[in-house]
Design a protein around this ligand. Sequence first.
Ligand code: NDP
Length: 329
Amino acid sequence: MNTPDKNRYENMKYARCGKSGLMLPKISLGLWHNFGGVDVYENAKEMVLRAFDLGITHFDLANNYGPPPGSAEENFGRILRSELAAHREEMILTSKAGYLMWPGPYGEWGSRKYLIASCDQSLKRMGVEYVDVFYSHRPDPDTPLEETMMALDQIVRSGKALYAGISSYSPEQSEEAFKILQELGTPCLVHQPSYSMFDRWVEDGLLDVLEKYGVGAVVFSPLFQGLLTDKYLKGIPEGSRASKKHGFLQASQITEDKIEKVRALNEIASARGQKMAQMALSWVLRDERVTSVIIGASKVSQIEDAVAVVNQSALSAEEIDKIEAVLVS
Ligand code: NDP
């Protein structure tokens, strides 16, 4: 059994998730890549333990994370049982259902049948009695929104999750979902959208809707899966996400135009004493409505780089303008 660092809460900053009672660390760790059955278990364990030592209390999972699907939850459950069992109550564990998990008509999207069965499976894989947040992972164009929201409400009422969340819903769908959940008596805690310098859709209405309803924004892929780092400046390195067959970042997404921008941004980062990856996180966190950024990592040092950001200076208005000029060029 691991003994976590007794100073683990000293350097991390925590922010309230929307208007709820729940505090989340500014940096959260996601287990989408590098924690699955195809990955090295010891490395996954080291990353989770180091994250917890650095004050990261929030671990983001989903039914399908792996590969194979389900294996990230199994691995996380194993780490929890063998190393951190005494600390479950200090953690926010999340899971989601929405993408393909099992064959047939009940293994994806937003039906009550799928969400409730999938939540039960996630609890078993992780070996926990409840998750802290259960998400509808994506909107389902064919299932009535009421049905999906009633399933979330039921999951919370049955004690299998403490809070409900939605992910990647448009501003209009989000507003509808928030109203339904409010009427049901289980207000939505959190929306999980993508957000980074290269992916700014949340600025077109979603953040305003979240503010209006007091829902937190916990954003994913703040580094655009690694592109907003210095990693791809000289091609695609061996072992990087873009080099892996099962990596979600495609080589075709690494365009010359984006690399040119990263090169210019990297200079702005160096001038303020940050790594490119760190400035990309500072930029996302400049908006107070962003409760937390969920980073991914393939090694411990990436988590350390990210956590350092919370105690680095915030971007000045002038720096934000300089970054904007690069992004719109
Ligand atoms: P990021 O944009 O943070 O990308 C993480 C990747 O960037 C790492 O795996 C690593 O890639 C690279 N990286 C990280 N730090 C550094 C660094 N300091 N220097 C160089 N490279 C670095 O996030 P993800 O795309 O991984 O997403 C984060 C989490 O968000 C997921 O784990 C998941 O929990 C959640 N998510 C949710 C979705 C949803 O639909 N709700 C969808 C996608 C993600 P490498 O392997 O190349 O080292």
